[in-house]
Design a protein around this ligand. Structure first.
Ligand code: FRU
Length: 484
C-alpha cells in the first residue's frame, strides 16, 4: 500500500515538474540528474540483456537526505537515457527509512539487486539489513528480504553491498564501521546468493600500513583491472593533508593483489579519484565489451549542499558522465567513454595558436554545453589561466607544476580552490554542461569535477598567458538528439 503511495506521489511531482522545468538555466543537458528532489549515489550499474541500467539514490520528495528509493535510467549507448519509475521504494519493515545503496548482477537471465535496508529509530539509533530483490525484466522487482544481518563487532553503519562473481563463487563487500570507530570493508562469500558466509575484513583504516584512515568507509567496489585488484572506497574522516583530502569526504582506491577467496589483500597507497569539489560514492561495472566503466555522484554530503542554487528549482545534484577506467603503473586513468562523441554537433572549431603574455578569447569557444580539448605543445609560460563563464578558473603554475581549479563558493561567492601537482601539463579534456564541469587532465591521469553557477549570458572562455605557449584547441558544441 505504502509502495503505491510512493508511486502516486512521484507521479504528481513529475507532472508539476513538466510545467516549470523549461525556465531553469541550470538543468543539465547530458548528465543524469533527478527530475525533482535529491539524487546521490549511483547504484546497481549493469549492462543487462544489452541495455545499460543506472539506478540512483533518490529522495523525490525534497532536496534533502530523506528516505531514499532507487531512481532508474536506462540507455542503449551510454549517451541517451530514458527515465523510469523507481525500482525499489521503501515498503517493508527492514527498509522503512530507505532503500540505500547497492549493486546489481545478472543470474540465469534475471537481474538481482543487493541493497541496504535502512531503519532509523526515534532515538537516533538505526538498523541495517543487506537485502536482495529479483527481476525477470530489469524493471519490476520482487523483494526477497534481508540476506545478510549485521555481524558482531560493527556499528549499524554497515551498508552498500557490492556483489560480483569470481571463479564460480559469489562475493560481497560491504562498507563498515567497527565498534572502535574504524572504517572497514567487510567480505562475504556465497554459492547461491542467499546464504552468505562472513569472511572478515578485507581492508580497513588500521590495516596494511594505514593508521586512522577514517571512521567509516562507504560504497566499496572491488574488481580486477589489468591483472591487479582494485578496491574503490569512500572513506569519511580523513584529515586534510597538503593538496589532498580537501573535501568533506573522499573517494579513492587501493591497488593490490587479492588472494582470491580470502581476506588477504596487500595493497598500496590510497589515491583520490577526483581532485575537484563535487565527487563521491562512485561505482563501476563491466560492460559486455569488457570495459570497466565508472559513474560517480557529482556531489558530497557537506555544508555547501544546502546552498546549491538549484534547490530553489526543486532539485539538487547529478551523476558524472560514464568514465572508462584503465590501470597504468598501478594508477587509475579515467577517460570519458567514447560513445559521448555522438553528441558532437557537426563543424567543431579547431585552431592552432601561440599565446604570449596576453589575454585572448575566440567567440567560437563560447558556449555552455560543449566539449573542449586543449593540447599544450610548447609550454614556456609561467602561468596559464583559463577562465570559464566568469565563474571558474583553471590555472597552471609551471614553476611548481600545480594545477588549480577555482570557483565561486555557493554560500557567499568567495573564491575557493582545489589543486593537484603534475609532472607537466599536456592536455585538458573538458565537458561543460550548463552548471557542471568535468576536466580530464593529461589523458585522464587526474580529473576535476565541479558544479558551478554562472549567469546565463556569461558564455566566454578566456585564456591569460604569462610567458609563451603553443596550443591546439578543439571545441565542439554538444547536443542530444533525444531529450533526457
Ligand atoms: C553515500 C551514502 C551511502 C548510503 C547512501 C544513502 O553517499 O551515505 O553509504 O547507502 O548514501 O543515500
Amino acid at each position: 500500500m505504502q509502495q503505491l503511495n510512493w508511486h502516486e506521489r512521484i507521479s504528481h511531482l513529475l507532472e508539476a515538474y513538466k510545467e516549470n522545468h523549461s525556465s531553469d538555466p541550470h538543468r543539465l543537458q547530458f548528465h543524469l540528474m533527478p527530475a525533482v528532489g535529491l539524487l546521490n549515489d549511483p547504484n546497481g550499474l549493469i549492462q543487462y540483456k544489452g541495455t545499460y541500467h543506472v539506478f540512483f539514490q533518490w529522495n523525490p520528495f525534497g532536496t534533502v537526505h530523506g528516505p531514499k528509493c532507487w531512481g532508474h535510467y536506462t540507455s542503449q549507448d551510454l549517451v541517451y537515457w530514458q527515465n523510469h519509475q523507481p525500482s525499489l521504494v521503501p515498503s517493508e519493515w527492514y527498509e522503512k527509512d530507505g532503500c540505500y545503496s547497492g549493486s546489481a548482477v545478472e543470474v540465469d537471465g534475471d537481474m538481482v539487486l543487493f541493497y541496504s535496508g535502512n531503519v532509523k529509530h526515534e532515538d537516533g539509533t538505526r538498523e541495517t539489513y543487506q537485502c536482495m530483490a529479483v527481476s525477470h525484466n530489469g524493471f519490476d522487482f520482487e523483494k526477497k528480504g534481508p540476506v545478510v544481518l549485521l555481524p558482531e563487532g560493527y556499528t549499524a553503519h554497515f551498508r552498500d553491498p557490492k556483489v560480483w562473481k569470481r571463479d564460480g563463487v559469489w562475493y560481497m563487500v560491504v562498507g563498515a564501521q567497527t565498534f572502535y570507530q574504524e572504517g572497514a570493508v567487510v567480505l562475504f562469500a556465497s554459492v547461491d546468493l542467499k546464504e552468505w558466509e562472513l569472511k572478515g575484513i578485507l581492508a580497513g583504516s588500521h590495516l596494511n600500513g594505514l593508521t586512522d584512515f577514517g571512521y567509516m568507509w562507504e560504497c566499496p567496489d572491488f574488481f580486477e583491472l589489468d591483472d591487479q585488484d582494485v578496491l574503490l572506497v569512500s572513506p569519511q574522516g580523513l584529515e586534510e593533508k597538503e593538496s589532498f583530502y580537501q573535501n568533506e569526504f573522499q573517494s579513492g582506491y587501493f591497488v593490490g593483489k587479492w588472494q582470491v577467496g580470502t581476506t588477504e589483500f596487500p595493497h598500496g597507497e590510497f589515491h583520490e579519484l577526483d581532485r575537484g569539489f563535487d565527487f563521491y560514492a562512485p561505482q563501476t561495472f563491466q560492460d559486455k565489451a569488457g570495459r570497466r566503466i565508472m559513474l560517480g555522484w557529482m556531489g558530497i554530503t557537506d555544508e555547501q549542499e544546502s546552498f546549491q542554487p538549484t534547490i530553489e528549482r526543486g532539485w539538487v545534484h547529478a551523476l558524472t558522465i560514464p568514465r572508462e577506467l584503465e590501470l597504468k603503473n598501478s594508477r587509475i586513468i579515467q577517460k570519458p567513454v567514447q560513445e559521448l562523441k555522438q553528441m558532437r554537433e557537426a563543424g567543431g572549431f579547431k585552431c592552432q595558436t601561440s599565446l604570449e603574455n596576453e589575454t585572448k578569447t575566440w567567440h567560437e569557444l563560447s558556449g555552455i554545453v560543449s566539449e573542449l580539448v586543449i593540447r599544450f605543445q610548447q609550454n614556456h609560460a609561467e602561468t596559464i589561466e583559463i577562465e570559464i563563464r566568469k565563474n571558474l578558473s583553471i590555472i597552471y603554475d609551471k614553476q611548481i607544476n600545480r594545477l588549480t581549479l577555482k570557483r565561486k563558493r555557493f554560500e557567499d561567492g568567495k573564491i575557493e580552490s582545489r589543486s593537484c601537482f603534475l609532472d607537466k601539463l599536456e592536455d585538458l579534456h573538458i565537458y561543460l554542461d550548463t552548471s557542471a564541469i568535468e576536466i580530464f587532465v593529461n589523458g585522464g591521469q587526474e580529473v576535476f569535477t565541479a558544479r558551478f553557477f554562472a549567469e546565463d549570458n556569461e558564455k566566454e572562455i578566456i585564456f591569460t598567458v604569462n610567458g609563451h605557449v603553443d596550443i591546439d584547441l578543439e571545441k565542439w558544441n554538444l547536443r542530444l538528439q533525444k531529450r533526457l
